[in-house]
Design a protein. Structure first.
Length: 145
């Protein structure tokens, strides 16, 4: 798996991961802005609540596969055992926040798609996803930049 990832990234796995996670972190902040408009907490003349919510859903549909790709790159190339063996604190924080991010993101998607009765938790889940995206980004890309 690591040779496939290495060849797909031209030997620049960390750099590709940094670029992708930076894009996803920026999109996660954009998502928060969109839902502030969608929930009516922020009013902008040129952006309706319905349009903001629709755009939030579409952008989220793009964020999820990119996030999964980065997770596969992390696990497939860097692995868990090597990371734990040589883990400075940011790596451990990165692994925990990345795991929690995938967990909370999965729960949020399940609430949106199937568990509609739990919709009252969506704002808290969304803020948690944003926070975990930022922590995960800071503990990986933030260290390099």
């Amino acid at each position: 798996m690591d040779s496939l990832i290495d060849s797909l990234t031209g030997g620049h796995v960390a750099e590709v991961k940094i670029v992708l996670t930076s894009i996803v972190a920026a999109l996660a902040m954009y998502q928060t802005f969109l839902m502030a408009v969608g929930y009516g907490k922020l009013r902008i003349r040129f952006l309706t609540s319905r349009t903001a919510s629709f755009t939030h859903r579409g952008t989220g549909d793009a964020i999820v596969p990119i996030t999964l790709l980065v997770a596969i790159m992390c696990l497939g190339y860097f692995g868990i055992e090597d990371a734990l063996e040589h883990a400075p604190r940011p790596v451990t924080l990165h692994m925990i926040s990345g795991f929690l991010l995938l967990l909370v993101l999965t729960i949020k998607i399940a609430v949106v798609r199937w568990w509609h009765g739990m919709g009252r938790f969506l704002p808290a889940l969304g803020i948690s996803v944003l926070t975990l995206f930022v922590i995960t980004w800071l503990s990986s890309a933030g260290v390099y930049l």
